[in-house]
Structure formats: C-alpha cells, structure tokens
Design a protein around this ligand. Structure first.
Ligand code: UD1
Length: 419
C-alpha cells in the first residue's frame, strides 16, 4: 500500500483540469446494462471505483473496451450472469446500482448486501422497497438481495429519506417498466440529472430530474448511445479549498460552477475571492487568511456532505470559530481525531464539530478512514508546518484522479511513496 508524503506551507498556484464525476460515472456505467446495444461513455475518470464497476460488469459477462481519451465502450448484449458478488460489493457500496438495471432488463438479480461502512450504517431499504412497489419479488438471505420479476410495473414511490443511489436505481428500473412511475422526495443531485440525460439519450422518457418529483414513462427497450460525463463537483470543491487555505491563487478548468452554488457561497463567506466563468473558477487568497464559517450538510442543493471534511480543515486554520453540522450521515467526523493530532482545535458533540481556527497545523503521521476524510488530511498536510505522512491512501484512489499529480502541478510538495 502507498502513502503520501507532504511537506506543507507552500501556497498553491496555477491551474488544473477537473475530471469526470465519480458519482455520475458509476450509475452511468450501470445504466449500460439496460441497453440492447453497446454504449460508449466519455470523460471517464481513472479511479479505483470505476475499475471496480468495470470488473463487476465484466464479471457478469458484459464486454468492455477501453478507448483512447478516457472513453469506455460497454457491450451488455453478452451478459451471462446477474450476480454482484460480495468480493466486489464490499469494496464499493455503489455496486448496488446494478440491482435496478439487472432486474428491469433481465428479470433477475443477486446483489450482495452492502455492509456498514466507516461513515455509518447506510442501509439500502429504500432501494428494495421501491423495487418491490414496482412488482419485484425480493428476498434478503445469506447476505444477498435476491430479486426477480416478470416485467416491472410503474408505481408511485415516496422515499422517506432523500437517497441519491436509491433515486438512481429506481429511475433506471422504471425506465424499462410497464407504465408510469413517479418518484417523490427524489434526490436532486446533479449526478441524478446526468444519469437522466444518459437514459433519455438511450430512449427513456423521463421528466423532472433535478426536482424532487421525477416522472418516468417506461419504454420497451433502450438502445446504445454515447455520453460524456459531467465535471466532478466534489473534486472541484476540494481543489478550491486547497487553493484557499494554502493562501494561493489557482484556477480549476473544465468545471461546472452551477453545481457548486452552496460550496461557492460558503467560500465567499470565508472571505475567499472567487472569479467564476462558464466552466472555470479562480480562487485568489494570496496573503489572506480565511474566516471560520458555520455550515450544515443536507441533500442538494444544500451544502454537500462530501465537502464537509474539507471545510473542517478550512475552519481549522481560519480566523475565528465555526460549527459544522452533519445531517446526512451519522458518523462522518472520523477525520476530526486525525486533524486533532495535527494540532487542530476541534470538539465534536453529537453531529456538530465545533472548530476554533489556529495559526497553523503541524505535520504528523495520519491515517485515512474514508474517501473524503482522506482528502481532508491531504489538505491539512498542504498547510501544515513540517511533514505529513498520509497512510492508507487506497481510499483516495477510489475517488480522486491522480490527486498528488494535480497538486504537484499547482506547486505542492507531495509524493506517493511505498508505505
Ligand atoms: C451518494 C454518494 C455519496 C454521497 C451521498 C450523499 C454515490 C455513488 N455516492 O451515496 O458520495 O456522500 O450520496 O450525498 O453517488 N438511506 C436510507 N435508506 C436507503 C438509502 C439511504 O436510510 O435505502 C440513508 C443513508 O443511510 C443516509 C442517507 O439516506 O443517511 C443518504 O444516503 P444516500 O443518498 O443513499 O447515499 P448514497 O447514495 O449511498
């Protein structure tokens, strides 16, 4: 396993390109299962989670061809098997995204039940209930979700909690169901919209994606198509925070500023000078210290839980004190203890982290516990005095493409070393 060695204290400068969104490409790859001919996906980020999804589709018999320029062709017509085994699902919860498409297209699916994970229990009951409402027979036994159906039937489904992959699974299933489905209290995340656009290009009839009510009129078949994945808003936000706390000046290109409103508002509140173009954002914090802010995570369009850890680092080195409240996941402050080891003044009470900014963090050996927590430790290392070793970085490779190369491009002193 590798580690990252970071020597902090250098203001970042320059520009980088944002990759395709992890949380878009995963459901979009799964949606290929619905088609009756090959689909080609462009702007696919090079991430371990993408490799896991490709292995999963490949293990079921889909034929995958890697093209140049970050594209993948998936031929679902060679599928032999509708099983998502424990070995793959345990490394990536988003494997659950094959459940809806398999059931809708092949009438059968066996998907390992994702276990708990570092950031909470994360059940999939709403995925299962929604598919049952569409007529699927589902048993959960021996750690597997075993689902079967004739043709799914459209249904009105009210999800009691906003769930991103739940909305995506049901939208994909409904696309091939008989009749109309209405998903209420649907997730409004840009990644749901990206998936809807992909399905529409495949021939699906979907209205309302991006609102809390999505209406899907099922069709008999969906065809192969080409699709370009949108920019990763969480990677974008992570680099913007890096630029701001390092007191540098950076530009992120090929980004989607519209999907980042809540994050940009918080950066502005923190006193960050922002310049926003159609597909780029510039942060200028030369010789300025950020101000601590209060924030609360919630489903889109509110502040994303996937940016919470990064803002904990911002508050840790800011002027003043701020409270960060996590409302989406129950146990998402694993980074707080590691940041404390770097000197941060953080006190977690219930689902709120109270953080008093200090002059500087100190380098330390730290351990990454989940994807976004890993990102926050790298950010902390960039602004700490001395050396920080971030261990267990396999989490970061799940969701950030070449993070150390992009940071080095901005002048950061960061190296990947064997641990
Ligand atoms: C997705 C994102 C993840 C992000 C999260 C919240 C992907 C691949 N991952 O994860 O990066 O952090 O959204 O924005 O897109 N819940 C239930 N029952 C269910 C499903 C969810 O109670 O059946 C609860 C969860 O425990 C959690 C909340 O709903 O408290 C939101 O989870 P959800 O939106 O489903 O997260 P994911 O889709 O797994």
């Amino acid at each position: 396993m590798d580690k990252l060695l970071i020597e902090g204290g250098k203001p970042l400068e320059g520009s980088i390109r944002i990759s395709g969104a992890k949380n878009s490409v995963l459901p979009i790859l799964a949606s290929a299962l619905l088609a009756d001919s090959p689909v080609t996906i462009h702007n696919v980020p090079h991430l371990n989670d993408v490799t896991t999804m490709m292995n999963l589709l490949g293990s079921m018999g889909a034929e995958l061809t890697l093209g140049d320029k970050m594209s993948i062709e998936i031929d679902p017509t060679t599928l032999k098997d509708c099983i998502a085994p424990y070995e793959l699902v345990k490394t990536m919860r988003a494997s659950i995204l094959v459940l809806g498409p398999l059931l809708a297209r092949f009438g059968y699916a066996e998907v390992s039940l994702p276990g708990g994970c570092a950031i909470g229990s994360r059940p999939v009951n709403l995925h299962i209930e929604g598919l049952r409402a569409m007529g699927a027979e589902i048993d959960v036994e021996n750690g597997y979700i075993k689902a079967s159906c004739k043709r799914l039937k459209g249904a009105r489904i009210l999800m009691e909690t906003v769930t991103v992959t739940g909305t995506e699974n049901l939208m994909m299933a409904a696309a091939l169901a008989e009749g109309v489905s209405v998903l209420e209290n649907a997730a409004r995340e840009p990644e749901v919209v990206d998936l809807a656009k992909m399905l529409i290009k495949m021939g699906a009839h979907i209205e309302g994606a991006g609102t809390d009510t999505i209406t899907i009129e099922g069709v008999e078949k969906l065809k192969g198509t080409q699709f370009r994945v949108s920019a990763d808003r969480i990677e974008t936000g992570t680099f913007l925070v890096a630029g701001a706390i390092s007191r540098g000046k950076i530009t992120v290109k090929d980004a989607d500023p519209e999907s980042l409103e809540a994050v940009l508002n918080k950066l502005e509140q923190a006193g960050v000078d922002l310049n926003v173009g159609k597909d780029w954002i510039e942060v200028d914090m030369r010789n300025k210290r950020p101000k601590a802010i209060d924030l609360k995570t919630a489903p889109y369009p509110a502040f994303p839980t996937d940016m919470q850890a990064q803002f904990c680092v911002l508050n840790s080195v800011a002027e003043g004190a701020g409270a960060i409240t996590e409302t989406v996941f129950e146990n998402r402050f694993m980074h707080a203890q590691e940041l404390q080891r770097m000197g941060a003044d953080i006190h977690v009470e219930g689902n709120t982290a109270f953080i008093k900014g200090i002059d500087h963090l100190n380098g330390a050996p730290v351990m990454a516990t989940d994807l976004r927590a890993s990102a926050s430790l790298i950010l902390a290392g960039l602004v700490a005095v001395g050396e920080t070793n971030v261990h267990r970085i396999y989490h970061i490779d799940r969701g950030y493409e070449r993070i150390e190369e992009k940071l080095a491009q901005l002048g950061a002193r960061i190296q990947r070393l064997p641990d």
